[in-house]
Ligand binder design. Structure first.
Ligand code: DNO
Length: 395
């Protein structure tokens, strides 16, 4: 694997020097200051690239070039935004950056209910509790029509869960959804969120899929011409939320996308944590079946504490997904291709060392993007790779 690490630019509490000392060769970054739909100018890409290069690493993966909501909805100025997207892809290719991660989740990016779930050792991680989310939807947001989308059992459990939360805890859930996570384009008030959800009325699962396939086929000639690989990030959680369709959640969705978008440059970011949000997903099988078009990987793991309630694991290798088995498949694919693939340790626990660093620097790291937790995650992955190669010379 190529050892990757997500860097949030100058705003990031973690410096490039610290990243390099973690063993990283490949930085995953974006022009965060550019809004969805804008063209990324070559000069700005080059400036960011130079910073990474001067620190002894390569900026090889973009995460993300966000897709404008008009493209997802196929309305408004979508044609202009698609042309802009193509220009950005060409500009990135001119600079030699040929791996682009993105997602096609409407309105929200990844979603959690608790950003500070405490583990027994006092470190914290991110948690997803379906019942807290449903409680927020039904009793706080009071989204019109929401009660029709949950079954009776879920509503009863969501009510029980929500009734138990005090005011502060309810706000914790609301903030986590509306403004807590990196990737979220804009922080939203409940009113703004409801208004955005309304703009998706009439866009059902099938329509959103067709819009995505249209977009990918529209940019495919540029991908074929430049060699840029587009790798979609799976939905997180991998099922519809707040009445919004989610269309890249499992093997069936990936198969349909591959079939409908035949360019070999239309591929996948294999994110084990996102896929693990549905226990029916088997990431090892997904790697086996779709590996040829996996261009980038996020490795992490989940632990379930209840039905539909999970948090990120203490160890990147242990939990819901069999990462060692998956890594074997990953190494086979690298061997087949004759090329290494960038992997980044996705998310990490917030540890004592991170609190100390934040005090020293006066800068907090982004949720999930701590130094301590990811340092351990990357070291575990590195150890696994060396161990597997040592044990199986054939890999
Ligand atoms: C969360 C990330 C996502 C991801 C985007 C890609 O940690 O994996 O925010 O970057 O969905 O577009």
């Amino acid at each position: 694997m190529k050892q990757g690490w997500r860097w949030y630019g100058d705003a990031d509490a973690i410096t490039l020097k610290e990243i390099r000392q973690a063993g990283v060769t490949d930085v995953v970054a974006a022009l965060y200051e550019r809004k969805p739909g804008e063209v990324w100018p070559v000069a700005e890409i080059k400036a960011r690239q130079k910073k990474v290069k001067d620190a002894g690493m390569t900026w090889s993966v973009v995460e993300s070039v966000p897709i404008h909501e008009d493209i997802k909805k196929h309305t408004g100025d979508y044609l202009k935004y698609v042309e802009n997207y193509k220009k950005t892809l060409r500009n990135l290719a001119k600079c030699g950056i040929k791996t682009v991660c993105y997602n096609f989740m409407p309105v929200l990016d990844w979603t959690r209910s608790n950003l500070e779930y405490a583990l027994p050792d006092g470190s914290t991680c991110l948690e997803y509790n379906e019942y807290e989310l449903a409680g927020f939807d039904l009793f706080y947001l009071k989204r019109p029509g929401a009660e029709k989308e949950y079954d009776k059992k879920t509503i009863a459990r969501a009510k029980k869960t929500w009734d138990k939360l005090d005011k502060k805890e309810r706000k914790r859930v609301a903030d986590a959804v509306l403004c807590g996570l990196p990737g979220t384009v804009d922080d939203l008030t409940p009113e703004e969120f409801l208004a955005q959800l309304k703009t998706y009325e009439g866009i059902d699962d099938r329509k959103l899929r067709e819009n995505m396939y249209w977009f990918l086929n529209e940019i495919s000639p540029v991908l074929d011409e430049t060699g840029v690989n587009m790798c979609i990030h799976p939905d997180d959680p991998p099922h519809p939320i707040f009445g919004l369709p989610r269309i890249l959640s499992n093997a069936k969705d990936i198969a349909e996308m591959y079939k409908r978008c035949p360019s070999k440059h239309v591929g996948l970011t294999l994110c084990t944590g996102s896929l693990g949000g549905d226990p029916a997903n088997d990431a090892v099988e997904i790697m086996k079946k779709f590996g040829k078009r996996v261009f980038f990987c996020h490795f992490r793991n989940l632990e379930y504490t209840d039905d539909k309630v999970f948090h990120e694991s203490q160890c990147h290798l242990c939990g819901q997904t069999n990462i060692p088995k998956l890594f074997e498949e990953f190494l086979k694919e690298e061997k087949r291709r004759g090329e290494k693939i960038v992997v980044r340790p996705d998310h990490g626990r917030l540890m004592e060392i991170d609190d100390e660093l934040a005090k020293l620097k006066g800068k907090k790291c982004y949720c999930g993007y701590s130094y301590g937790g990811r340092l351990i995650g990357l070291a575990e992955l590195r150890g696994l790779e060396i161990g597997l190669k040592y044990a199986k010379k054939g890999l």
